[in-house]
Design a protein around this ligand. Sequence first.
Ligand code: PEP
Length: 244
Amino acid sequence: MRTKLAAGNWKMNGSRAALTELDALAEPAKGPCEVLICPPATLISEAAGRVEGVAVGGQDCHSEASGAHTGDVAAAMLADAGASYVILGHSERRADHDEHDEDVRTKTLAAWDAGLKAIVCVGETLDEREANNTLDIIGGQLAGSIPDGATGHSLVVAYEPVWAIGTGKVPTTDQIGEVHDFIRARLERRFGEGVGRSVRILYGGSVKAKNAAEIFAVSNVDGALVGGASLKAEDFGPIIEALN
Ligand code: PEP
């Protein structure tokens, strides 16, 4: 039985004052679904442990443990600040920072070395979907971004169609189900049935309170990675409740 996960990605938003939004998640966070907020790195230490049942994660980490990498954050630094997860390979990182599957793979290894759980993001662009290449793209990203040795404890996969992120456009439930079933099959084929069935697969891309229940009813959807609607407890709380 996979524990559902509601993960919020605050991206480059938020301030210390905004952490009161976490306090307002205290009630929904009492339910069975796991709740995670990934704020900017500057807020991790203040967010971690602030609200019972609300775990904290990073949005990226460097692949090396330390060194001359100005502006970067090592996985062990995230863990030291109180993070238990890190999002890796988000399409904004892939686009803005020219990150490729191999970068995501080495970052994932660094995250595991530091004891963090990695949320590895995959997703096709609109052009790729319209060219009927979605499953090939996702298959390639899974193969290249996820290192050997994954377990249901160390790995979460997030399917985030690039064209659905921050756009208000959401794939049909059939489209979501097709990709999630495909990801599950690929995980089982590569890591064996036991591990493949234990890895959680999140959907991400314009999840809101109003569409959450419908998306969460799709097979192999184990929760959501939520951007915009995770910033305010009044929006994120009902999404958590839809998983509880
Ligand atoms: C995201 O960036 O991971 C995301 C899913 O964003 P949004 O929910 O705003 O589409």
